[in-house]
Design a protein around this ligand. Structure first.
Ligand code: OAD
Length: 240
């Protein structure tokens, strides 16, 4: 089965951790998921970053080396190839919940990182003015301080309880408004706001397709087509 992308003028793709599973990275939910091993309340919430930043760094800082070692897989590459071969009049937006940067490394260009990028560190004080910077350190044994204002530094990611960055939210909103093809790939569909994007796409009249290892639970009726399997196996064929 192959999707005919030439028929669509406004394509929006949403990806989740399942797209990077083929690169050896853990998903968040499921048997070996990040939240199965680390209590989400304890490690994943914005309040933890405020009250016990060492916990946030222990988990997310510890994942940095794994991200650096990972390579884009056939799913990332198929998405980059698709974008490269679209006509100039076709709009394409790749919205990812992933913080691993693998889409960009595969060659994708129009990417919105909804949940930030774990390779970057920023100041926890938004008024400080320090630009987010590339940081290979795990900081899992010592919470780092901002070189400008001495506040606590933090990973440049969106934690539970925090809003999506305004520029990312705005770009997605605009793309969904005119969307005629919406694909969600490798995401459990339980985390908002990404989980609601398909409803906006459906409202805009888009064809809505879900590609995932397993069915969404509970199913979201806004998806009209479902392809089950590994993204790294399905996408090279679906997107050929
Ligand atoms: P989840 O871990 O919730 O879901 C990953 C989905 O990928 C599951 O439904 C799996 O069945 C599926 N999957 C696993 N391997 C796959 C493969 N090889 N091919 C295709 N699908 C596969 O991850 P997300 O939906 O991305 O946020 O989670 C959303 C957000 O929740 C994350 O961005 C993260 C998390 O808390 C932050 O940490 C900020």
């Amino acid at each position: 089965m192959r999707l005919d992308f030439t028929r669509y003028g406004n394509i929006v793709i949403l990806t989740g951790a399942g797209v990077s599973a083929g690169s050896g990275l853990q998903t968040y939910r499921g048997p070996d998921g990040v939240w199965e091993k680390h209590n989400v309340e304890e490690y994943g919430h914005a309040q933890t970053m405020i009250e016990r930043p060492e916990k946030t760094w222990q988990l997310f800082g510890g994942l940095r080396a794994k991200l650096r070692a990972a390579e884009p897989n056939a799913a990332h590459l198929a998405l980059a190839r698709l974008e490269a071969r679209l006509r100039p009049d076709q709009k394409f937006l790749l919205v990812t919940q992933n913080v691993d940067g693998l889409h960009q490394r595969a060659g994708s260009r129009n990417v919105v990182e909804l949940h930030g990028n774990l390779s970057l560190t920023r100041c926890s004080d938004d008024s400080c003015g320090l630009e987010p910077f590339l940081d290979e350190e795990a900081h899992d044994d010592h919470v780092p301080a901002c070189p400008r204002c001495s506040s606590v530094l933090r990973p440049h990611i969106v934690l539970f309880g925090e809003p999506i960055p305004l520029d990312a939210a705005w770009a997605v909103k605009l793309a969904l408004r005119d969307c005629d093809l919406f694909l969600a790939i490798g995401t459990s569909g339980v985390v908002s706001p990404a989980a609601n994007f398909v409803r906006s796409a459906e409202y805009a009249g888009a064809r809505t397709v879900y590609v995932n290892l397993e069915p969404m639970s509970p199913p979201n009726p806004a998806f009209k087509e479902v392809f089950l399997g590994k993204a790294e196996e399905l996408l090279p064929e679906l997107l050929a």
